[in-house]
Design a protein around this ligand. Structure first.
Ligand code: DHB
Ligand code: FE
Length: 279
């Protein structure tokens, strides 16, 4: 059966794409951020996942406010990004894994998750830039399955629902008749707010408590409803739901292998964690 070999959670910010394009990895502003990925890339070189389930939120490239699924999953043979207006170069297309996509869709539907299934899907910076941080040569050695969670337009799924979605993804991968090694990559957060009176809001104390909770007690964040999460993490900080979903897919016990936290990258408290499941 297929195996989830690890989970990586990271922030996503469009300006990372600009820094990559300009080769600013050693620049004093960017270095503390980019250096955080070195141990994660070493781990990837050792463990060599075959496929990545990418849990992320679209920001208006594939879904707009007129049609906003709570949970959407890709089942396309390939995925590409497109101009989001940030002036970033387009990255090479990502090979989809339609067999795993449809297995996940079947299993999740059987567990009462009502998914929007996408046989065509553009992927935005939240998908492409974390992938480029993991594989800087952009010759993706993996197939991908995008799982998209609405954090853009109210009402959002609750933290409790995202935890359950992640647990169901974990069970679905474990029931897939394949010997593939699967990585779950969750992108978003940590605390940030791009708009309104609190634009620029960052909450290090909350981010730290959230990261601390993930290993031993991932249900910690489910004590907060959406408004309480936004109050603590900011309107876009609620993207931390991707971290929760990813962590939940890994099962009850995990080891935290790596963590980096740096303030700010653009307007965001940027975090990075690497987990391995433990029996
Ligand atoms: C920023 C952060 C995001 O999560 C995003 O999607 C866009 C911009 C930022 O901090 O600039
Ligand atoms: Fe975002």
């Amino acid at each position: 059966m297929a195996r989830i070999i690890g989970g990586i959670t990271t922030s996503h910010v469009p300006s990372i794409g600009g820094a990559i394009a300009k080769g600013l990895q050693q620049d004093p502003y960017w270095q503390p951020f980019f250096d955080g990925f070195i141990p994660v890339r070493q781990w990837l070189a050792e463990t060599r996942p075959d496929t990545v389930v990418v849990v992320y939120n679209d920001h208006g490239l594939n879904f707009f406010l007129d049609k906003m699924p709570t949970f959407a999953i890709g089942a396309a043979p390939s995925y590409r990004n497109a101009d989001e207006g940030w002036g970033l170069p387009q990255l090479p297309a990502f090979a989809g894994h339609t067999e795993l996509s449809w297995h996940l869709i079947e299993q999740l539907a059987a567990e009462d998750f009502d998914l929007t299934t996408c046989q065509e899907m553009l992927v935005d910076h939240a998908f492409t830039l974390p992938m480029a941080l993991l594989w800087p040569d952009q010759r993706w050695p993996v197939k991908v399955v995008p799982v998209c969670i609405n954090t853009v337009q109210a009402p959002l799924p609750t933290a409790a629902r995202c935890l359950k979605l992640g647990q169901a993804i974990g069970r679905a991968v474990a029931s897939w008749a394949s010997d593939e090694k699967v990585l779950v990559l969750g992108t978003g957060g940590l605390s940030h707010q791009l708009d309104g009176e609190r634009a620029g809001f960052i909450n290090k104390a909350f981010d730290t408590e959230f990261m601390d909770s993930l290993a031993a007690n991932p249900a910690w964040a489910t004590q907060f409803d959406t408004h309480q999460l936004i109050e603590r993490a900011g309107t876009q900080g609620v993207e931390l739901l991707m971290w929760l979903t990813t962590r939940a897919a890994l099962g009850d016990k995990v080891a935290e292998l790596h963590r980096n936290y740096h303030i700010p990258i653009s307007n965001t408290a940027s975090g990075l964690m690497l987990f391995e499941p433990r029996p």
